[in-house]
Design a protein around this ligand. Structure first.
Ligand SMILES: CC(=O)NCCCCOc1ccc(NC(=O)Nc2ccc(S(N)(=O)=O)cc2)cc1
Ligand SMILES: [Zn+2]
Length: 258
């Protein structure tokens, strides 16, 4: 549709968009009929300790909630993963309008926003920064947001956003259980990909939930009142912070469901 042709390429992405020689870049379009059911895939097991939540901050790309990842207290295991992975942070990507905003698409359809829960392989690697450079270093759960009912759990985050309007602002966030942001359906797609922001390293096992969560218009608008810019700079609304789709190349998307 012509709405895609006028998709804005935000200054954020005018830098070299793909890393030279990149063969597993993210995000991608998930063509449902091309995904392959893999009966070997296990259910994904998520166990988060809400007291590991540290703070919420605006890093100038998105807003993120960071967790104490100094021990195995908030972890995921199973699914396509060989080890357990520790939760480090979660953040979102969204559009200026409801027509687009997600990073991944399903059958070329954009959702208005996408949640990323970022985990790292602390079984094999000593630090997150080292895991970021390794093919099996990270596991990111992607959850699509669609326009619909008010989301109670998300509202706790939304209420904190005015306090982190500007880049590099941060507030303490004591207790939050990110499990409340996961859809009830266990079905997911999985593929080998990359970070979608610099350093774009090809270190992510992506686990994309099939079922979106519903949020209401006011909650999406609250994301759009954040700023890319620091206090005192000319204001630039934080919107369209998603990377353009990358070529699938020699990859297969597997599904946990038939
Ligand atoms: C050679 C080179 O370049 N070295 C430099 C690597 C060392 C530091 O690198 C890093 C790399 C990453 C971080 N933090 C992140 O959480 N990043 C992150 C970015 C995008 C996603 S997404 N949207 O889910 O794909 C998830 C996480 C910090 C330092
Ligand atoms: Zn992300």
């Amino acid at each position: 549709p012509n709405s895609l042709r006028c998709l804005p390429v935000h200054p954020l992405w005018q830098s070299p968009l793909t890393i030279p020689g990149g063969t597993r870049q993210s995000p991608i379009n998930i063509q449902w009929r091309d995904s392959v059911y893999d009966p070997v895939l296990k259910p994904l097991k998520v166990s988060y300790d809400p007291t590991t939540c540290l703070h919420i901050w605006n890093n100038g790309y998105s807003f993120l909630v960071e967790f104490d990842d100094s021990a195995d207290r908030s972890i995921i295991v199973g699914g396509p993963l060989e080890n357990q992975y520790r939760l480090k942070q979660f953040h979102f990507h969204w559009g200026a309008i409801n027509e687009w905003g997600s990073e991944h698409t399903v059958d070329s359809k954009f959702y208005p926003a996408e949640l990323h829960l970022v985990h790292w392989n602390a079984v094999v690697y000593p630090t997150f920064e080292e895991a970021v450079m390794e093919g099996d270093g990270l596991a990111v759960i992607g959850v699509f947001l669609k326009l619909g009912a008010h989301h109670e759990g998300l509202q706790t985050l939304v209420d904190a956003l005015p306090a982190i309007k500007h880049k590099d602002t941060i507030i303490e966030f004591d207790v939050f259980d990110p499990s409340c942001l996961l859809p009830s359906c266990p079905d997911y797609w999985t593929y080998a990909g990359s970070l979608t922001t610099p350093p774009l390293t090809e270190s992510v096992t992506w686990i994309i939930k099939k079922q979106p969560i519903e949020v209401d218009e006011n909650q999406l608008e609250a994301f759009r009142m954040l700023l890319f810019t620091s206090d005192g700079e000319e204001e630039k609304r934080m919107v369209d912070n998603f990377r353009p789709l990358q070529p699938l190349m020699d990859r297969t998307v597997r599904s946990s469901f038939q």
